[in-house]
Ligand binder design. Structure first.
Ligand SMILES: NC(=O)c1ccc[n+]([C@@H]2O[C@H](COP(=O)([O-])OP(=O)(O)OC[C@H]3O[C@@H](n4cnc5c(N)ncnc54)[C@H](O)[C@@H]3O)[C@@H](O)[C@H]2O)c1
Ligand SMILES: O=C(O)C[C@H](O)C(=O)O
Length: 346
């Protein structure tokens, strides 16, 4: 379904926005105006993500912000003959203009890991970046949906929530940690092992976005396959270590950028569909949650006109998944609390 979505974006975009009609449920030319802002748009994720958002016919205005380098990225992307108008903004003094009127803000701003680092090692620098960007979001587009990509997601989402609470703009329905790449990976790895068509694979990944806090629920995967316990354990571990696999392969040149851009574009597309009233849009994301005793948790979420329409439960877990769930809670809680503490202190 995901691959076909991207193909359909590309196919429709090739006719310059004229044929986005039937699958989206809008009469020709009547898709609502939607502004999407990408913060960190000149980076490794930001550039391909900006390209993919330019290909999305649901976007009418694409705002590309970074501390530097965005005029070039925006000029380049703007020549693509699709619906959206593209404007680049560089430097803090242009951040307000970049955000004004945004329906969705996607944040891939911040430093990536190098081999040997955990995502938590990025906390000190990325927490400050996320805090200042969220302060600006609260001021210039308080109603926007925020798609947080910057790591450590387990802490940056709680930081964002605290910043919005302080500003009096917090709406739990509008804040998402993007965990879509875990789902993308789990689907790919499962399809390879189960020898099923990857385009048909569906499964939830719950918890958080770091190491053992990433919990793929292969017992709920469809199409069903008869995999051994050893195979499921190996698939789980590979999904949990997927980011590290890329960091090591890139050998000091950063972390996942292309697959993340794909995952970020898929998730933003789901948010846009929800905003536009398309029914039954369900994806996994790290959100404020009552599904467990933890204040934030990734699970399936139904997206709608206001963002989160419903946080869905975990469904039936087998014993291995139940163990994984209990094992992840202390680490996830401590990352959440670390984010909240930092945001409250400063
Ligand atoms: N959620 C996920 O699944 C996931 C996946 C991959 C990477 N990430 C994270 O995404 C982040 C970005 O990764 P990348 O590979 O694109 O890094 P990158 O270094 O290539 O790009 C980051 C960009 O952010 C910009 N930036 C820095 N401070 C900024 C600020 N204050 N305002 C606006 N832009 C700012 C930089 O100028 C740069 O262009 C990292 O924290 C990484 O760990 C998350
Ligand atoms: O692993 C990283 O540091 C980047 C990202 O979180 C990923 O899962 O690829």
């Amino acid at each position: 379904m995901r691959t076909s979505m991207l193909k359909s974006i590309v196919r429709r975009s090739s006719t310059a926005g004229a044929s986005y009609v039937s699958r989206r449920g809008f009469a020709s030319g009547s898709a609502p105006e939607r502004k999407v802002a990408v913060l960190g748009a000149a980076g490794g994720i930001g550039q391909p993500l900006s390209l993919l958002m330019k290909l999305n016919p649901l976007v009418s205005s694409l705002s590309l912000y970074d501390i530097a380098g965005t005029p070039g990225v925006a000029a380049d992307v703007s020549h693509i003959n699709t619906r959206s108008e593209v404007v680049g903004f560089a430097g803090e003094e242009q951040l307000g203009k970049a955000l004004e009127g945004a329906d969705i803000v996607i944040i891939p701003a911040g430093v990536p890991r190098k081999p040997g680092m955990t995502r938590d090692d990025l906390f000190n620098i990325n927490a400050g970046i996320v805090k200042s960007l969220c302060t600006a979001i609260a001021k210039y587009c308080p109603n926007a949906l925020v798609n947080m990509i910057s790591n450590p997601v387990n802490s940056t989402v709680p930081i964002a929530a605290e910043v919005f609470k302080k500003a009096g703009t917090y709406d739990a329905k509008k804040l998402f940690g993007v965990t879509m790449l875990d789902v993308v990976r789990a689907k790919t790895f499962y399809a390879g092992k189960a020898k099923v068509n990857v385009a048909e694979v569906n499964l939830p990944v719950v918890g958080g976005h770091a190491g053992i806090t990433i919990l793929p629920l292969f017992s709920q995967a469809t199409p069903k396959a008869n995999l051994s316990n050893e195979e499921i354990v190996a698939l789980t571990k590979r999904t949990q270590d997927g980011g590290t696999e890329v960091v090591e392969a890139k050998a000091g040149k950063g972390s996942a950028t292309l697959s993340m851009a794909y995952a970020g574009a898929i998730f933003a597309d789901a948010c846009l569909k929800g905003l536009n009233g398309v029914p039954d849009v369900v994806e996994c994301a790290f959100v404020q949650s009552n599904v467990t005793e933890l204040p934030f948790f990734a699970s399936k979420v139904r997206l709608g006109k206001n963002g989160v329409e419903e946080v869905l439960g975990l469904g039936p877990l087998n014993d291995y998944e139940k163990q994984g769930l209990e094992a992840l809670k202390p680490e996830l809680l401590s990352s959440i609390e670390k984010g909240i503490k930092l945001a409250k202190e400063n």
